[in-house]
Design a protein around this ligand. Structure first.
Ligand SMILES: [Zn+2]
Ligand SMILES: [Zn+2]
Length: 245
């Protein structure tokens, strides 16, 4: 009984500590300041409201919307992690169903050292081809970049088209194509699993969500024109804005 109580109280204490740490780190991360996005990318650094969450930037909110469109579950800034180097790190997204993390980096933020260190921490040490982990290579850490711009000239809908007005409208409305890299070597594709209908990144092995074999599923490359990035923009709104309307 006492063991259970100790365990319980220490767990709660841990959670409280984590939350406090997270608040400290959050308040130290000010958009527009050095370490955030540079002057040219201030629009990206504006807090943006989406899915009842205030994101630090439109790019982060857009990644959340893109994950939703792919049916990939996400948690925003779920925890503060202390890396082996001693640095404190809050990954932007955990993707719990596919055992992965996503760090969003705008063009003005080239530094991904923490995400790379985190990725190395989660990588397994199994000999190649004899990995005994639940997922090949261990948990994934992905870097989510700004999207590859859409080009109407590459869109099959406008093949041989001279309807430049329609092409201009499509260009304005299209969010571009999701672009990512991994913190580890090796190609990583994105697909929608035919078995569980969830989106999954994969390298070796099958669906990270249901372990299906992904037979017949099309694997998209980073920046592939077959996927659309969901662009979310606009200022942050409070959760109770609806009541005032
Ligand atoms: Zn392994
Ligand atoms: Zn699946």
């Amino acid at each position: 009984m006492s063991i259970q109580n100790d365990w319980h109280s220490s767990t709660v204490g841990e959670v409280v500590t984590r939350t406090v740490q997270q608040q400290i780190v959050r308040s130290a991360h000010i958009p527009g300041q050095p370490g955030a996005l540079d002057g040219g990318m201030t629009i990206e650094a504006l807090p943006t409201w989406y899915a009842e969450t205030t994101f630090r930037s439109a790019l982060e909110a857009s990644w959340a919307a893109t994950l939703d469109s792919l049916n990939i579950a996400w948690e925003y800034e779920p925890e503060t992690i202390t890396l082996p180097s001693g640095a404190t790190y809050i990954p932007d997204f955990r993707l719990p169903d596919i055992d992965a993390w996503l760090e969003v980096k705008g063009t003005g933020v080239p530094r991904v050292e923490k995400a790379i260190e985190f990725g190395q921490t989660l990588a397994c040490d199994c000999p190649r081809f004899r990995c005994t982990c639940e997922w090949p290579g261990g948990e994934l850490v992905l870097i989510g970049h700004p999207p590859t711009p859409y080009s109407a000239y590459d869109d099959p809908r406008f093949e041989d088209s001279t309807n430049y007005r329609a092409m201009a409208v499509a260009t304005r409305r299209h969010g571009g194509h999701p672009r990512w890299t991994s913190t580890r070597p090796g190609a990583l594709w994105l697909t929608r699993c035919g078995d569980c209908d969830r989106g999954t990144w994969f390298g070796r092995g099958g669906c990270r969500a249901c372990r299906g074999r992904l037979a017949g599923c099309h694997g998209y490359q980073s920046g592939d024109s077959g996927l659309e990035f969901r662009r979310i923009s606009g200022p942050a709104r409070q959760a109770d804005d609806g009541d005032a309307a």
